[in-house]
Write a protein that binds this ligand. Structure first.
Ligand code: S6P
Ligand code: ZN
Length: 194
């Protein structure tokens, strides 16, 4: 881990950081219970495709530090739902996060424990502020291009994946006649993994 200030490049077309410490790959098998179409999910599990990747610069997970890196959601669908990240609350719920979209076209699906929800559009040059308390999931609404975002959030934030794994998000993003549509998740709150 670097002990002096540093800089790095995010170059087109892939925007992979010129220096990084961790490369995380998430396959379909990491998303059990999150996609609505269970049959489509099971059929695709033979190949267990790579859905998204994260490149992280490692920093101490303490207050005052900023964790940062690149998230890449590959194009595709499971049933008629677009590829997406697992999504999470931060363990320290009162933690915000900034996303800057570098490439592609996506939605950030967000919700609070109190039942509010929001969807913001991501496209190159667009900055998104995820407020403290809001769970967040990136969805790639292009079937051709990667969705690539730069993220930064406080070092002590931590991640709570369990809540989303158990209850899902209130809203799903589906392909409706070639257009992305925001629909209610009929299984919201119903545990698939318990
Ligand atoms: C971390 C930040 C992103 C996500 C990444 C993958 O707080 O929100 O780095 O980790 O987009 O999503 P997920 O939900 O699998 O962590
Ligand atoms: Zn986050």
């Amino acid at each position: 881990m670097k002990q002096i200030p540093y800089s790095f490049d995010l170059n087109q077309p892939d925007f992979i950081p010129s220096t990084y410490d961790n490369h995380i790959k998430r396959h379909l098998s990491a998303m059990k219970g999150q996609y609505l179409d269970q049959q489509a999910f099971d059929a695709m599990m033979n190949d267990d495709p790579l859905l998204y990747e994260v490149y992280e610069l490692q920093r101490p997970t303490v207050e005052g530090e900023l964790l940062h890196g690149i998230s890449i959601v590959h194009p595709g669908k499971v049933g008629n739902e677009f590829n997406m990240t697992k999504g999470h609350f931060h363990e320290v719920l009162d933690t915000g996060e900034i996303y800057y979209c570098l490439k592609g076209h996506g939605y950030m699906v967000m919700e609070t424990p109190e039942g509010e929800w929001a969807v913001e559009v991501l496209y190159p040059g667009r900055v998104l502020y995820v407020l403290p308390r809001w769970a967040h999931r990136s969805v790639n609404i292009s079937l051709q291009e990667d969705l690539i975002t730069f993220f930064v959030y406080p070092g002590d934030a931590g991640h709570d994946y369990g809540t989303i794994e158990q209850q899902g998000f209130r809203k799903l993003i589906i392909d409706k006649d070639g257009e992305p549509a925001i629909v209610d998740n009929p299984r919201w709150g119903v545990s698939e993994t318990a």
